[in-house]
Write a protein that binds this ligand. Sequence first.
Ligand code: AQP
Length: 334
Amino acid sequence: MYQDKKVVFSGVQPSGVLTIGNYLGAIKNFAYFSDAYHCYYCVVDEHAITVRQMPADLRRRTYETLALYIACGLDPEKNTLFVQSHVSAHAELGWILDCYTMFGELSRMTQFKDKSAKNADNINAGLFTYPTLMAADILLYQTELVPVGVDQKQHLELSRDIALRFNQVYGDTFVVPDGYIAKETAKIMSLAEPTKKMSKSDENENAVVRILDPRDTIIRKFKRAVTDSGSEIRAAEDKPGVTNLISIYGAFTGKSVPEVEKEFEGKGYGDFKLAVGEVCADALAPVQAQFARLSADKAYLETVMKQGAEAAAHDAARTMSKVRRKVGFIELKR
Ligand code: AQP
C-alpha cells in the first residue's frame, strides 16, 4: 500500500512509568528503523484501560510516554508519533476483527491469564479482546515489522493468524506482519524475582528500574538486586539473577555475554552490581535530560500528538475503506 517504504508499527501502554525493560526490549530499538521504514509509534492508551487507571494519571503518563519516545531518539519529523485514542479507526477495526477471532484463540493468551490473576476483581471483556485491538493497531497501517519484547510474541502470532484468515475470506487485504525481537534484550527480568518479567505496573519498586529514576535510585536498586548462590559472574539457567544483570550490562555497553563474563572474571557480585547500575544510569542520563526539556513544553507535545494523529488517521482511512467494502458495509459518498 505504501509504495515508497515498508511499514513498522509498535506501541507502549501508558500504564506506569516506563522501565528499562520497555526501553531495552522495545523503545531503544524503534529508532533503528526510522530511516529505512515508514514508522508509526503509538501510545496505546486504549489498551491501558483494560486495567483500571486513575484518569489524571493516565493523561499525565500519556504525555510522559510521548515525551519519552522523543527523548529516546524518535524524531517526530521522521516517525509518526501519536496517541491511539486520537485515531478512531483503531477501535473500529478492533471491533471488526473481534468478529474474525475465535474465543478459543483468545482464551489461550498467556497475558490474559496472567493479568486476570493479577486483577481478579476486574476481568473485563477488554482484557480478553486486548490482542484483537493490538491486531487492529498493526494491520491498519499494512505493517511489515513490529519491534516488541518476547512477551508480545504470542499476540503478534495471533495478529498474523487474523490477517491470514481475513485475507483468505476476502482476498488480499492486510500485509501479514513479522515480529522483530532483539535476542539479547527480549525479556528483561525483575530485579527482585528474576524468573519474572520486569513490568512497569509491578508494585514492588525494588523490582523495576524506571527510565526516569534518579541516578542514586538506579544504583541502589541494582545493589539490592537478587543474585544467585555462588559467586561467579556467569550466564546460566540456574543463575537467573546474574544472567539478567549480564544482559542489562551487555545491552547498555554493547558487549556480548562472553565479553561481560571475561570483564568480571574474579570479581564479586558487589562490584558487578555497582558497575551495572553505573552504566545504566550513564546511558539514561541524556534521555532524562531531554525528557525534562520536553515535558516542560506541553504545547509542543500537543502539536506532535495532533500532527501524528492527523497523519495516522489519513493512512488508516485507506485500510478502513477497503475493509468496510470487503465485509459488506455501505460507504456513503462524500
Ligand atoms: N521486561 C521486558 N523486557 C523486554 N521487553 C519488555 N516490554 C515490556 N516489558 C519488557 C516490551 O515493551 C513494549 C511495551 O510494553 P507494553 O506497555 O505494551 O505492555 P507490557 O508488555 O505489558 O509491558 P509492562 O511493562 O509489563 O506493562 P504492564 O505492567 O502495564 O503490563 C512491548 O514491546 C513489550 O514487549
